[in-house]
Every structure is written in C-alpha cells, then in structure tokens.
Design a protein around this ligand. Structure first.
Ligand code: SF4
Ligand code: SF4
Ligand code: SF4
Ligand code: FES
Length: 952
C-alpha cells in the first residue's frame, strides 16, 4: 500500500482509450462497457476487479512480460495476458479460478527465487508491488531455492544523488525503460540481453550519472520493487502521510504529493490527479526540495541602519515598526511617490495580492511591479492588444492534439520539462515540429525527436522571421479565410494583409538579415499553415527583446491568419517562467493595472476597489522597476519593499542596479535566504517556503492550483502574515485569518476570478480562469466563440533592428537562457544536489569562434560588452552558430547581467537579455567586478554571521 490512497492514485493497468464505439463484455459475470481498444485488464479495473499485475501500469503502454495478469476467456485457448488483450463485444472473462491461481503462484515463485528475501530490511517494505502480489496470489513457499544461477550479486549504482539502482531487486518488468521512453521521452534506459540475462542498463552500460538520464524520477516511480529507490526513503524510511500541493519552481505547475513523516518531508511524488502534469515531474520538483530546510535559511527578522553595518536580530514587532517608521519618514521627507515595492512571482496569489494592496493602499501610490517586467510583460501587452486577454489560450494537454507545433525562443525540455515531455510525445506520434532558436537545442534533434525545420535565426531577428512566415501564408493563399471573416476585425485584417504582403517581408528579402534560408522559411510556413491544427509555444527568446511586444503580436497574427485559435490542438501559448508569474500578473502587480488587468485610470474600477479597501487610490500608473532604479539614482526614490525576488542578480546591467539599491535609505527584503538583493537591505523579514503555507499558484495555462501547508513556517510566520503585519505597522489595517479569505476578496474584485474559492478548488482540483457565472467550471480553452474584445485584431508588426549591433569591437552576439537542473537565479537549486549537474555557468561558443581566439573547452574567458566585463569557463559546442555565444545566469558570481544592456522592449521595458554585442577573449583571472563582488559578498556574509552567531 502506498502511504495514503488518493482516488487519483488508482492504477487501471493500461492507458485510457478514446473511441466513439463502446464494447460490452462480461468479467466474472459482471457486465461492463468500455471504449473500443480498452484492455481486458482496464475493463476489469473499471468495475473494481483488480487482476494481479507486475509489468503493467496505466501510464504505460502494455508490455505483456510478467504473465501474472493471465485470465481465461470463453472460447479461447490458453490463458492470455489481460493487459495486452483488447476487450471485445460479448467476451466472457474469468479472472480467478484454481488454474489461474496456480499459474500465478508459479510465476511469483520464479520471481521470488531470484529475489533477496530481505523484505523486513528493504526500504520498500510496506510499499512494494512485488510484496503485494506475493500476498495477492497467496504465495506460501518457494520450491526452487537460491542455489542455482541468480542475480543476487549485482552491484548497486549510487551515482545519482537522489536515487539508487540495486539490480539484485530487479524483476526485469521493463516499466522503468518504458517510463523513460514513453513518459519522459529521454530513452536513457534499455533492457539489455534476453531471458535470464536480461538486465537494465543506463546509456551504454554507464552509471546513471554518466548516461543521458535527466533525473526526472519517472523510472523510480514506475519501479514496482526497491530496485530504483529514492535515497531519502532509504535514509529515513517510508513516509506516513501525504499532502497534495504544487511545485514552486516553473510555470508548468506540477501537482505533487508531499509525502511526510511527521513534519519531515521524505519525498515529493508527482500526483496523478494533477491536471498540468498528470503524474510526471522533472528533477527540480521531484528531488530538489532540500533548499526549503537548508541551514542557510534566515529565520529571524533583522535590521541595520546602513549596509556597512552588521545585522542585528530583532523581534518581528521591532522589525515591522522599524521598517514602517523608515518608510513613513521617507514619504514625509521626499513625498508619497518616493517608495514602492516589488511583488514575488514565487509567492502565492494571495501573498502577491496583499503586497500590491499594501503598496496601493498603504503606501498610497501605484509603484508596484514584478519580475514579469523582465520576462513576460510583452506577452501581457501583445496578447491583450490582439486577442483581448493577457494569457495563453490552451491547456498543456492541448499539444497532444496538435499536428504542427511551432516552438519559438523556448527550450521546454530544460525550462518547462514536463511540458517538454508531452510535446516530444506528440512529435513521436507524428506531429511536425518547427523550432526557431539561435541554438541547436535538444528539441531540434534528440532521441526519437527531430524538427522538420530549424529556423536558426540570428538573435534579434524574431520579428523578421514571423513576418516572413505570415507573408508566405498570405501570398501563397494559405490563410484560413472563413476564420478570418468570422472572428477577426475586417479593418485590421485589410490593413495587416496589405502590410504583410509587401515583398520586403518575403523570405528571400529577410534571409540575409535573419540568417535563415528562404527555402527553410517557406517550408516552415507551409508546414504550419497546412496542418489541421497548428500551435505556437514561445518563451523568453520572444519577449526579452527590444521588439518583444511586436513579436508577441506577430505570433498572434500568424495564429489568427491560419485560424489556429479557439479549439484543442492550436493556440498561442507563452511558456511562463516562474511558478506563479501568471498569478503575479493576474493579481495586479503591474503599476498600471489593479488585479484582473483592470486599469488604474478607470474611475469605476477604482471606485470598486476603494469601497472594499476603504482608501482612495491613485489614478496614475506608478513606476516600473527600471524607472524605480532611475528615480533612486536621481535621489527621488528612497524606499523599497521587495518580496521574494532577487533583482540584484536577475535584472540587467548589474552595476546600475547595485548603484540604485545602494542609494536607497530603506530597503526591506522578505526572502528565505539572504539573497543578493538582501545584501543591500536595511530590514530583512524572513520568508516562508511553499511547504510552509496555504494559498494558490496560477500556472502558464491559467490553472489555479492549491498550495498546501505541510509544515510550520520555519520563522513562525507565512509570507502573507508578514505582509499583513507590516501593513498594520504602517497604519493600513489588514486582518485576514486565512488565505481563503484573501481569495474571497480577490474573487469579489476580479471578474475573471469571480467563481474561484477554496471549496471549489477542493472539489475540482484546479480551475483555469476565467471562472465566473458564464464559466463556473473555468475555461480550459480561451476564445472558442468570441474574444473578450469581440473580434480579434491583427497588429502591424514592422521589423526594427535592435540598436544593439555587433561591430569590430564587439563582434559576437551574446544570448542567455536556462538549464534543466538549475532554476532562475539559482537561490533554491544551488542549495540542493542539483549543483552536481551545473556547478557553474559557462560560456558556450562555436568551434570557429573558439579557434579564432585560441579557446578550448575549460579555458577561462572574458566576456566584455559596452556595459561591463565578466569571466567564465568556455564550452566549445556545435550547438551554437558562429557569431553567437550563450550563457546561463544561475550563479551570482558569474555576473552574466554585468554584461547585459539596458535596452528594452519599446512597449513594456522588458530588458533585451537575448541580444548583447560582446567580445570574448582568453584570460587568466577574474574580472574587476567579480573581485569586488567577492569582497562585498564576504563582508555581507560576515555581517549576517555576526547577527546569527553562525560561522560565515
Ligand atoms: S530518471 Fe528519468 S531520465 Fe533518468 S532514467 Fe529514469 S526515467 Fe529516464
Ligand atoms: S528496475 Fe524496476 S522497473 Fe526497471 S525492470 Fe527492474 S524492477 Fe522493473
Ligand atoms: S516541470 Fe516545472 S513545475 Fe513541474 S516539477 Fe519541474 S520545475 Fe516543477
Ligand atoms: S501485467 Fe500483464 S503481462 Fe504483466
């Protein structure tokens, strides 16, 4: 038995089938009707008859190797395996009789005769399918003994930091192999040899760590024995209760069972009932949770007058009063607009709502912003203009109905891994894949996946590419005229059609600018437009450009022109980065919008909020993050409240950000660690991890998922309680008893959340907004019949080259991105064993550029831009194209953002992280910035240590 049975955990043995035709059969004299194609095993499970099984699981195609599931079927010879036998009309099946019982016992005897009999000391004891099956078939003796040949001497593979592989326990059921292929899509495992010699191997008989394994854990979950087993269970024993909650890493929003022993988290198991992930996970959510209880957690409030002083631990009340007095005296001296705050896209919706409320109602201005400023703000703008709503249009599952998938500026196998696995599955099933990316990511070509076209464009030329695709659609008559006529505004279409038909947008005209051949562009446009269902998925490679918003509108144009909006398998899908970045935007984090994207200048909207918040609100949009920095350097912005966001590491042009932070008179940082931003702070308020609080996150599909408290907040207060207490100290009263009350207020004031409440979330599991009287169960697919603006609008998308150009001094273009094992600024993943996969950021460059500079993999190289210089280790790789270099930004000492510029999207100020002209040279030591960083970092750590009494 598992630790705790949830209805969704039930295993029907083989996957669900969909068919218009049903068949009726009799199983043990009970009649059942199932869709054609359903296995006998599943049909039996549907009416509660559990046929013994070992190699079957309902997330894997049946395999038929263990034979334990044998049944008798009237009129058929032998005893067929029920997992591989499809149900047929009128079939009569017997699942239990003496002959079947004897057969099953014999099979189990054979298994057990080659299995160590150490159940009492086995880590899977109490949670082992082999043990369960031995019980189910009534095994009482093993006649064969252990003297013959067996596998009991096999060597354990402990190379993976999170799980072990003990071949002595393996029953060769192949579930792990199939999970790695079918569910994860990595194909790292094989069943080598045959018969008795059968053996699971990772890669070419490598260790797990040396193979292609990405440590997603699907094989561990699939394994019916303790062969593949979490080290945390080996160390601490089986958990005893479980709580369903939501991953706090990326925007996929996977549901997990947090399996606990008392208040100790033993393991995170992907929850089958989670509609975003359907029981799958990646290495981060599955295994990288140790940061939550890491010794680096700061759990006492601290204050100091200056960043040149040591921290002083104080009581919560002292910290709140100190911060409130400072903020109020700054406002008295410099004016109401002189302070502001940044909400967190890692915190819950309820917490984010409270922070923006505190700023608008407590600070009395609209100086609130969020990390979406530096990631998906162009999505909000571009989709609102064209489709009328600032969010993606589909469910993740929709990709399984897509025939042509266009991925632009996104690397889902690394940044949104569970969605990446779904996408790869659809491609293996036959969908066409077009990838637009300056790099050859693993989607372009990997095991069983190959893009039909790779548009390996030069950074900064997205808009030229999307325009060329749309040009082909229009000039070759591939548009969906019926859709356009019925769903799109005529005037905007006519204007756009004229604009896009201009020969300057033709593939031939832009081939040189983009670096993509005209033929490839034409083929890609045809592949996409001719597919019955074409879907577009995009990431920060679209938004983080000076034309980020233009590109988002270009994507919407292409979807509209080809009629790919409003049903399963199509749509415009931003792959949003942080776990709750969709939610933080929905909750009114932007300076111009109250929750639900309601503009602050709208009198009726403000009146509604004013009545509930009991305060009068500013009707002018406040400062965006870059404006806050500029105002700070101008001496007119002096106080900031930052919750769960590390702007010192994540925002561009580090020197500028650091100077702005240093100029503040009061910086209040609320976080779980003393992050890079906190090193510039005067007040530190300890935050709480996702395990320590109740609330909700909203993922990239607009899916609102519950976050459930599994342990007490380490510092005594959840983040929402901290914000509430700070607000009360400021003199703006808040008195919520539970996050559900905050959600009730959100629903009252936000039309798209009107029907959301905790009870409905408990009943439904999750809800995709809009959820209101018209859509009481939520809205999985947007714009099915109409758009919020009636008819959709085409937008004119002129390509304007970025000002950031390469020249003789800076001849290469730097672009940035993420890696699977690390997450964002790395504050969480760097404090886990994930460090083993990516202990440092590296600079990737093409062999030609490396050779020109005499650089080899492992060499120390400087990367210099107009903004600054940093130094990294080089990785020479064919993944890059000549002229383009790439790095990640997961380690603060790497200083990737020392190099990036302040160029930004024309509409939203989203920084142009993806294009920086640089020069790369071999060097021997660190950069000046890195030397300063180390010194500053050491000093601040000492200041922390002197407060906490710990060693720095
Ligand atoms: S952990 Fe994931 S990638 Fe690695 S072998 Fe198992 S299923 Fe495959
Ligand atoms: S490792 Fe586990 S899942 Fe894989 S074949 Fe062996 S027993 Fe089956
Ligand atoms: S895909 Fe994203 S949400 Fe899912 S487990 Fe991985 S990091 Fe968490
Ligand atoms: S469960 Fe059917 S053959 Fe193994």
């Amino acid at each position: 038995m598992t630790v705790q049975f949830f209805e969704a955990d039930k295993d029907f043995g083989t996957p669900k089938r969909q068919s218009d035709k049903t068949v009726s059969l009799w199983i043990d004299d009970f009649q059942v009707s199932v869709p054609e194609g359903t296995s006998v095993m599943r049909a039996a499970a549907e009416i509660g008859i559990q046929i013994p099984k070992l190699c079957a699981s309902d997330n894997l195609e049946s395999f038929g190797s263990c034979r334990l599931c044998a049944v008798e079927i009237e009129g058929r010879r032998g005893k067929p395996a029920s997992c591989t036998t499809p149900a047929e009309e009128g079939m009569r099946v017997t699942t239990q009789n003496d002959a079947l019982a004897k057969l099953r016992r014999n099979i189990m005897e054979l298994y057990i005769s080659d299995h160590p009999l150490d159940c009492l000391t086995c880590p899977a004891n109490g949670n082992c399918e082999l043990q369960d099956m031995a019980g189910a078939v009534g095994l009482r003796e093993v006649r064969y003994g252990f003297d013959g040949e067996n596998h009991l001497e096999g060597e354990k593979d402990e190379s993976n930091p999170y799980f072990t592989f003990d071949p002595t326990k393996c029953i060769a059921c192949s579930r792990c192999v199939r999970a790695c292929g079918e569910v994860q899509g990595t194909f790292a495992l094989t069943m080598g040899h045959r018969g008795f010699e059968s053996k699971i191997t990772a890669g070419a008989d490598d260790s797990f760590m040396d193979s292609d394994c990405v440590s997603c854990g699907a094989c561990v979950q699939a394994c019916p024995t303790s062969t593949l087993m979490e080290k945390s269970v080996i160390d601490h024993g089986q958990p005893e209760h479980a709580v369903v909650t939501t991953c706090a890493y990326c925007g996929v929003g996977c549901s997990f069972k947090a399996e606990m022993k008392g208040d100790q988290l033993i393991r995170m198991v992907p929850y089958k009932g989670g509609e975003a992930n359907m029981g799958h996970s990646c290495v981060k959510g599955r295994f990288a949770f140790g940061y939550a209880t890491h010794t680096d957690r700061v759990t006492k409030p601290m204050i100091r007058d200056s960043i040149d002083q040591p921290w002083q631990e104080v009581s919560w009340d002292e910290a709140f009063n100190y911060a409130a007095n400072k903020m109020r005296s700054i406002q008295e001296k410099y004016g109401r607009e002189s302070i502001g705050g940044i909400t967190s896209s890692r915190c819950t919706n309820e917490e984010t709502y409270l922070v923006q409320k505190l700023i608008r109602a407590g600070f009395g201005n609209n100086n609130t912003d969020t990390c979406a400023r530096v990631c998906h703000s162009p999505t909000g703008f571009g989709l609102k203009v064209t489709l009328g709503e600032s969010a993606g249009t589909q469910t993740f599952e929709s990709v399984l109905y897509s025939d042509a998938i266009l991925v632009i500026g996104a690397n889902p196998t690394d940044a949104h891994p569970v969605f990446g696995s779904m996408l790869k599955r659809r491609v293996r099933e036959g969908a066409s894949l077009i990838v637009a990316d300056p790099r050859s990511t693993s989607l372009v070509s990997s095991a069983h996946v190959k893009a039909s076209q790779h548009l390996q464009l030069l950074p900064g030329t997205n808009v030229a590419v999307i325009n060329a695709l749309a040009h082909v659609v229009i000039t070759e008559g591939l548009e969906d005229r019926e859709f356009i006529a019925s769903r799109v505004d005529d005037g905007s279409y006519e204007q756009w059609r004229k604009h896009i038909s201009d020969p300057k947008h033709s593939p031939e005209s832009v081939a040189e600018i983009t670096g993509v051949s005209a033929d490839t562009l034409r083929e890609a446009a045809r592949t996409f437009a001719k597919a019955p269902n074409g879907s577009i998925y995009y990431g920060l490679g679209v938004t983080e450009h000076s034309q980020g918003s233009t590109m988002v509108m270009g994507i919407a144009n292409l979807a509209l022109a080809t009629g790919n909006i409003g049903r399963l398998g199509v749509g415009v899908n931003p792959l949003r980065g942080q776990n709750n970045v969709q939610g933080s935007c929905d909750m009114g984090s932007f300076p111009h919008e109250l929750p639900g994207y309601q503009h602050v200048s709208d009198d009726a909207v403000r009146a509604k909020f004013e009545a509930v918040w009991n305060v009068s609100l500013d009707n002018e949009p406040g400062l965006r993050i870059p404006n806050m920095f500029n105002a700070a350097l101008d001496g007119v912005f002096k106080g900031m409240y930052v919750q769960g966001e590390d702007i010192a590491q994540s925002d561009p042009n580090t020197a500028h950000v650091e100077a702005a932070l240093k100029s503040l008179e009061c910086l209040v940082v609320q976080d779980i660690f003393l992050n890079e931003t906190a090193k510039f702070a005067h007040v530190f308020l300890p935050g709480s991890s996702f395990l320590e609080k109740d609330g909700t996150f909203t993922n990239a599909e607009r899916r609102i998922n519950r976050v459930r408290k599994v342990m007490k907040p380490l510092a005594g207060m959840a983040d929402w309680e901290v914000t509430q207490a700070f607000s009360n100290a400021l003199g703006y009263p808040m008195n919520y008893q539970h996050p559900s009350e905050i959600m009730a207020e959100i629903a009252q004031l936000t039309p798209s959340f009107a029907g959301v409440n905790y009870q409905r979330l408990e009943e439904q599991g999750s809800i995709q907004w809009p959820c209101n009287d018209q859509q009481p169960d939520g809205t999985p697919i947007m714009h099915t019949d109409s758009f919020p603006i009636g008819k959709a609008q085409f937008a004119i998308t002129e390509y304007v080259p970025t000002e950031e150009r390469s020249n003789r001094r800076f001849p290469l273009l730097l672009t940035t991105g993420r890696i699977l094992s690390q997450y964002n600024v790395g504050a969480q993943t760097r404090r886990t064993e994930n460090q083993q996969w990516h202990p440092e950021d590296q600079l990737e460059l093409h062999p030609i550029d490396a050779e020109d500079r005499g650089i080899q993999t492992g060499d120390t190289v400087s990367i210099a831009s107009r903004m600054g210089t940093t130094v990294l280790k080089a990785l020479v790789t064919e993944r890059m194209q000549p002229g383009v270099v790439y790095t990640t930004f997961h380690h603060p000492g790497s200083g990737a953002n020392v190099v990036t510029t302040e160029n930004s999207d024309w509409a939203t100020n989203c920084p142009e992280y993806k294009v920086t002209a640089v020069q790369v040279n071999k060097v021997t030591g660190e950069s000046d910035w890195q030397a300063q960083f180390k010194q500053f970092d050491k000093r601040q750590r000492d200041f922390l240590a002197s407060a906490t009494g710990e060693k720095a």
